[in-house]
Design a protein around this ligand. Structure first.
Ligand SMILES: Cc1cc2nc3c(=O)[nH]c(=O)nc-3n(C[C@H](O)[C@H](O)[C@H](O)COP(=O)(O)OP(=O)(O)OC[C@H]3O[C@@H](n4cnc5c(N)ncnc54)[C@H](O)[C@@H]3O)c2cc1C
Length: 427
């Protein structure tokens, strides 16, 4: 089945919602795709116990004239069409212009015990709780880096979890300086202050990270490296995430240039959010980690650019530039402690899908060679977790994306006109 849209938007998070609305407001036929069952993206992920936040409801209500296609995963791309898998079938959706608003995912780093049941990402546990996974009464340690730790703690407490502490790897000085400079973005400063207030009483420790998760059939406790020595904390759940990494796989398949491709890839865009490929625009966290405000602004800009309204898009530039300055502040103050790269030993699984241990990767020069010999990165997550982790550990540069972006049915793969002849060996 092939359908055509003037503007196709991938990702129904804040950036994609704003893009679709901006493009549709000028009469274009707009399709908005998301792999998730509901629009909203990461920050506005539906919480089963609560009504959607007002801002999310407003953004979704404004989608008049947009065809919202949820549970549609884009698994491959051709120059003017996307191969999409739905629960029922697969489709080829062609477009006049494309907006990539594919967001970001958490960076997870391996350490002994990180694959024990009960150990998740920080945003990962937040998402599970919102989807109804019971955390009430559970003792939770939150660890890693960045503002998402606070947001996750807040959500988990709302769901009845007992948050024992938030262990931030950045130093106290770095976090204090970050908080001080937040005053340049008053809305973010208020949001942070609100979170801190709601989390009053929850220990927030700096310069601290989990060395090891211990337990037999599930996590029972964690060993935490702190500036005052190693601390043991008993817990039922550990939520550890080390910031976010942009989802660039689809952009890469389309041939879009990436900045920092080997280590911290993000979609390269110009000041009007054009990628290096004609008629392909990108917005939000796929272009760099900047948070909700920049995602919404860039979404509107990219939607306007997709329908050719350069003048209207340009009007957003000063606001966009100001919000994007936040990226550098975040990166500078939450730089990862080099000791985090030394926690995994040879016995630590790095590819949890295929159970490949770090020691098994010794001697391989690049991710592809390691993958072909060990199956590292060939499992259900398609290297999303281990690929980013190994790049962060300095083992291999991030490999180029290959179709399918997500695991797909054979019938879908059979329809991939552009599948390279060796793709089955590589993915
Ligand atoms: C796990 C997690 C939790 C977060 N929680 C918070 C929070 O509580 N508070 C906060 O302020 N910020 C949070 N953030 C940060 C958040 O990402 C941004 O603030 C904001 O959501 C970015 O908007 P976006 O539109 O760029 O991307 P996102 O909101 O990430 O939306 C991208 C969308 O693209 C879809 N997508 C990606 N690839 C494909 C594909 N190939 N096919 C189909 N669909 C695709 C995804 O399903 C997703 O819905 C979180 C981030 C993560 C990763």
């Amino acid at each position: 089945m092939r359908e055509h849209y003037d503007v196709l938007v991938v990702g129904a998070g804040p950036a994609g919602l704003a893009a679709a609305q901006a493009a549709a407001s000028r009469g274009a036929r707009v399709g908005l795709l998301d792999a998730q069952p509901r629009a909203g993206g990461q920050v506005w992920r539906h919480d089963v116990r609560l009504p959607a936040p007002r801002a999310a409801r407003r953004a979704i209500d404004k989608l008049q004239g947009v065809e919202v296609l949820v549970r549609h995963s884009v698994v491959a791309a051709e120059p003017t069409a996307l191969r999409v898998e739905t629960p029922q079938d697969s489709r080829l959706l062609s477009f006049g212009a494309l907006v990539l608003a594919t967001g970001a995912r958490e960076l997870l780093l391996p350490f002994p015990g990180w694959t024990l049941p009960g150990v998740t990402g920080a945003g990962g546990l937040q998402a599970l709780a919102k989807q109804g996974w019971p955390v009430a009464g559970k003792r939770v340690v939150i660890a890693g880096s960045g503002p998402l730790l606070l947001a996750a703690a807040d959500t988990l407490r709302k769901h009845g979890a007992q948050v024992l502490g938030i262990f931030e790897q950045a130093s106290a000085d770095a976090v204090r300086s970050f908080a001080w400079q937040l005053r340049q973005w008053p809305a973010r400063a208020w949001q942070a202050a609100g979170l801190r207030l709601r989390l009053a009483g929850v220990p927030y420790r700096f310069g601290s990270f989990v060395r090891e998760a211990v337990g037999d059939d599930a996590v029972r406790g964690v060993e935490i490296e702190t500036p005052r020595g190693v601390q043991h904390v008993e817990c039922d759940l550990l939520a550890a995430g080390y910031g976010l990494v942009p989802n660039t796989e689809l952009a890469s398949l389309l041939g879009c240039a990436l900045d920092d491709a080997d280590t911290h890839p993000r979609v390269q865009v110009d000041s009007l959010l054009r990628t290096s490929v004609a008629n392909v625009h990108a917005a939000g966290e796929s272009c760099g980690i900047g948070g909700l405000a920049v995602a919404r602004i860039e979404g509107a800009m990219a939607g306007l650019m997709a329908i050719g309204d350069t003048a209207a898009a340009s009007a957003w530039m000063p606001q966009r530039d100001r919000e994007r300055r936040f990226d550098a502040l975040l990166a500078r103050h939450f730089t990862l402690d080099p000791r985090l790269r030394t926690l995994a030993d040879d016995q630590t699984p790095v590819c949890r899908c295929e159970d490949v241990r770090l020691g098994a990767l010794a001697g391989f020069g690049d991710a592809r060679a390691a993958k072909l010999a060990t199956r590292c990165g060939m499992g259900a997550c398609q290297g999303r977790i281990c690929g980013a982790a190994l790049a962060e550990l300095g083992r291999f540069p991030r490999g180029a994306a290959r179709p399918p972006v997500f695991p797909a049915r054979l019938a879908t793969l059979a329809g991939l006109a552009t599948l390279p002849s060796d793709a089955y060996r590589g993915s």
